[in-house]
Design a protein around this ligand. Structure first.
Ligand SMILES: Cc1ncc(COP(=O)(O)O)c(C=O)c1O
Length: 437
């Protein structure tokens, strides 16, 4: 295979990222090292020509009066400025990036003063995960992960990037398995990649404040022992915490402040936080103790380059709609209302499980305290047979993952939740009876 020489712009970013003993470059994959934003290419030349009287640079189309060409049948649908029809910058709309950064600091007060980049807009979290993998995961490398994870991670980390998961059991008893994580972090090899997702899909679990402290303590122990760690933090369900004592801040805020050997990468977005699944707007943010503004900017440039090379830029109209929502005085109240809807479902599930003691003969409810989901482990029957029977006979749809039945209480009307669990209980009993016949 002929190896292409490194682009000088990528080389420049890499030397910024290794300046003064900085470990960031040493955590990058081959693709991460090759990533750069082409500031001097078409985009940069377009920026240079911005004020020109005649501007024949960019690949958009304009009316003779300079406004974007657009179809009325589209613009009539929404009260949006014609500029929404144009491309957004690859990095995302500057105002949206600034807003999101400020909002993250407000939601995660420990982030204030911690070196972190300005978020780069992605095509929602899936794309941000893909980019994080591009940045740090090399073929054949191991990725440490709790064993219950979103199944799309298989397609991204293992199928697309050839990594293997080095999984540890998510739970130890009814708690997050901090010791399991510790063992993996301290295992042989000095580069470690970890993926954490809280509130978790599929379990609906977020570590308690104490567990979050303990998780950070094992990261710190490993970093002090010489491990270089890329911590990928998937915050898709950020904010959906329903219990006191459960960590409300993203673990990213703590990890980014912890040690010069830990590069924390936060993936978050409007998808679930603002109930806009189809908008496809997410963010990727980097944090690492000791990083200078130049070094953070170098990571932003690499991310911008990866956006440019995959989707070019995220939806301008979706970014503008979100900016308008964030500026609307009703935004905060409406968000509280939606949070309350999900919290009510969560409390209803907890109460159903408390009241129906007979369910304990059919399934074990796994620990859950946040997010969209909870899981049950069926007793004495195959989880996939259970799922099939629930569909065919009980008209009840659930997801089977790793021997668990995942229930998305987020999408079930509150008054149907009891029937849902009654059906699971009945189906387990039916399968057991059949098995015993
Ligand atoms: C844990 C987790 N991360 C990421 C995503 C993807 O989010 P998005 O729709 O923003 O790509 C999901 C969606 O289900 C998820 O459960």
């Amino acid at each position: 295979m002929i190896r292409r020489p490194l682009n000088p712009l990528a080389g420049e970013l890499n030397s910024i990222l290794s300046k003064d003993g900085c470990m960031a470059a040493s955590l990058l994959s081959e693709r991460g090292l090759r990533a750069y934003f082409p500031h001097h290419g078409i985009l940069g030349q377009g920026v240079d020509a911005k004020g020109c009287q005649i501007n024949a640079t960019l690949g958009t189309a304009k009316e003779d009066d300079g406004s974007p060409l657009h179809l009325k049948c589209l613009s009539e649908l929404l009260a949006i400025p014609p500029a929404s029809f144009l491309y957004a910058p690859s990095f995302g709309l500057p105002d949206l990036r600034k807003y999101w950064q400020q909002a993250q600091i407000e939601k995660n007060p420990s982030l204030a003063g911690v070196p972190h980049s300005v978020p780069v807009v992605t095509n929602a979290l899936t794309h941000a995960l893909f980019m994080a993998a591009q940045m740090v995961v090399g073929r054949g490398e191991k990725v440490i992960i709790p064993n219950y994870y979103w199944d799309n991670y298989d397609l991204i980390f293992t199928e697309a990037f050839g990594a293997t998961f080095d999984a540890f059991p998510t739970f130890r008893g009814r708690h997050f398995n901090v010791q399991g994580l510790r063992r993996k972090l301290l295992s042989r090899g000095d580069k470690k990649i970890v993926v954490l997702n809280f509130p978790n899909n599929p379990t609906g679990y977020t570590p308690t404040e104490e567990e979050a402290e303990a998780i950070c303590a094992v990261f710190l122990e490993a970093a002090r022992a010489g491990k270089r760690i890329a911590a990928i933090v998937d915050d898709a369900y950020f904010g959906l915490v329903y219990e006191k004592g459960v960590a409300r801040e993203s673990i990213f805020a703590k990890l980014a402040a912890l040690h010069e050997n830990i590069l924390a990468i936060k993936l978050d977005g409007a998808t679930k936080e603002d109930y806009v699944w189809g908008f496809r707007i997410g963010f990727i943010t980097f944090g690492m103790k000791g990083l200078s503004r130049d070094q953070l900017k170098a990571l932003e440039d690499k991310a911008g380059g990866l956006v440019r090379s995959t989707i070019s830029s995220s939806s301008n109209i979706a970014q503008r709609l979100l900016l308008a929502a964030y500026a609307n005085p009703r935004y905060a109240e409406e968000k509280r209302e939606k949070h309350a809807t999900l919290e009510k479902r969560y409390r209803t599930v907890k109460s159903i499980l408390r009241r129906h003691r007979e369910f304990r003969e059919s399934f074990v409810a796994m620990p859950f305290n946040s997010g969209y989901f909870m899981c049950v482990k069926p007793i004495g029957v195959d989880a996939d047979e259970l799922r099939s029977l629930l569909v065919s006979k009980y008209s009840t749809g659930t997801i089977m993952l790793d021997g668990l039945i995942r229930v998305a209480f987020s999408s079930v009307p509150t008054d149907k939740l009891e029937s849902l669990f009654v059906n699971i209980d009945a189906a387990v009993r039916e399968l057991r009876k059949k098995g015993g016949e």
